[in-house]
Design a protein around this ligand. Structure first.
Ligand code: NAP
Ligand code: GDD
Length: 346
């Protein structure tokens, strides 16, 4: 098979970085869209970077933004991808209450701009949409592919729109377009304002004597937390099937925010009750109480199964923070286990 070309939006994000690693390891040429910022935002993919002048370079970055339809269409035309992974989004649920219009523009309409670019250029590419368990919102668990959507945030509403426009382009124009409905997935590369990373960082910093208190909101919400490095493999598998379809990706387990806090603090020998305080600023105007995914279809059709469950995830994230803080003195802290597909850092 000739080498395939992939275009990833959101390549600078948590999932984009793991997906880029996976695809480069599989021999793809990978193109990523990066937003211009006043500082570099490519820290998560630094280890994959090669000088674009090198003959064997397989990772290329392009400035672009999902709010700019002409740029999106121009990049599709130029890159001629076989597979497009749409991971870009304003992805923070709490922030979506503060910035509902920007969230809709990027997270909802950005998806249409990509799909419309594919349709009008006539590219025969396959399209992956990063759909979310946040779409299920208030629908009780376990949630699966046929569970009713009841989003509870502007982000969730935008993702429901993006889900349906993806299905619509599949049904109306015959595009190979799929929705991966992924439940929460985390890693040491998670953005520091998501609860798991915030807690892992605080546990390590408190252990190291750099901080004493961690302020959190709702400790009772329950989530199905998996390991991001494993979830990108499910994305790739969805685009390798004969027919396009939609899949839930999850561990099928449920833990509260408090459980996650307990795991991280106990991992470094601390009692969380000595350090965690409530701050109402971290509450949301509407909350998603309980997400637990039924990923049996992904297991059956894609052959995908998670191996890292929430307690191990909490440990590996806390260890990663400790190692970061301790520098060379952190050699004794266990290393994050690399998923089979990842490349050795360059
Ligand atoms: P993330 O770390 O927040 O990354 C989001 C990416 O989107 C970043 O690269 C960001 O660029 C980019 N982006 C934001 N607005 C953009 C715009 N207007 N134009 C172009 N790029 C833009 O998110 P993630 O955790 O990797 O998640 C990846 C995708 O899966 C997102 O769509 C998210 O909503 C969805 N999802 C995530 C989870 C999860 O638990 N992680 C679960 C279900 C679905 P900057 O680096 O410049 O900010
Ligand atoms: N972020 C944050 N910060 N959340 C907190 C805090 C805090 O200080 N305290 C409690 N929480 C609670 C939130 O109220 C929520 O119930 C839970 O922790 C998880 O919050 P996040 O880590 O921000 O993730 P999320 O579940 O809202 O959204 C993530 O998962 C979605 C999939 O269900 C994001 O990655 C979304 O992009 C993704 O689609």
């Amino acid at each position: 098979m000739t080498a395939r070309t992939a275009l990833i939006t959101g390549i600078t994000g948590q999932d984009g970085s793991y997906l880029a690693e996976l695809l480069v390891a599989k021999g793809y040429t990978v193109h990523g869209i990066v937003r211009r910022a006043s500082t570099f935002t490519t820290g998560r993919i630094e280890h994959l970077y090669q000088d674009p002048h090198d003959a064997d370079t397989r990772l290329f970055l392009h400035y672009g933004d999902l709010t700019d339809a002409s740029r999106v269409a121009g990049l599709l035309e130029r890159v001629q991808p076989d597979e497009v992974y749409n991971l870009a989004a304003q992805s923070h649920v709490r922030v979506s209450f503060d910035e509902p219009l920007f969230t809709a523009d990027t997270t909802a309409l950005g998806t249409t701009r990509l799909l419309e670019g594919i349709r009008t250029t006539g590219l025969p590419c396959r399209f992956y949409q990063a759909s979310s368990s946040e779409m299920f919102g208030a629908s009780p668990p376990p949630q699966h592919e046929r569970t009713e959507f009841h989003p509870r945030s502007p982000y969730g509403v935008a993702k429901v729109y993006a889900y349906w426009i993806t299905r619509n382009y599949r049904e109306a124009y015959g595009l190979y377009a799929v929705n991966g409905i992924l439940f929460n997935h985390e890693s040491p590369r998670r953005g520091p304002t998501f609860v798991t990373r915030k807690v892992a960082m605080a546990a390590a910093r408190i252990k190291a004597g750099l901080q004493d208190t961690l302020y959190l909101g709702n400790l009772e919400a329950r989530r199905d937390w998996g390991y991001a490095a494993e979830y990108v493999d499910a994305m790739w598998r969805m685009l390798q099937q004969d027919e396009p379809d939609d899949y839930v990706v999850a561990t099928g387990t449920s833990y509260s925010v408090q459980d996650f806090v307990e795991h991280c603090f106990a991992h470094v020998g601390l009692d969380w009750r000595d350090h965690v305080r409530f701050d109402e600023r971290y509450l949301r105007p509407a909350e998603v109480d309980d997400l637990v995914g039924d990923a049996s279809k992904a297991a059956r059709v894609l052959g995908w199964q998670p191996t890292v469950l929430t307690p191990e995830l909490a440990g590996l994230m806390t260890d990663a923070e400790l190692r970061q803080l301790l520098g060379s003195d952190g050699a004794a802290v266990p290393a994050v286990p690399a998923p089979a597909h990842t490349l050795a850092p360059r």
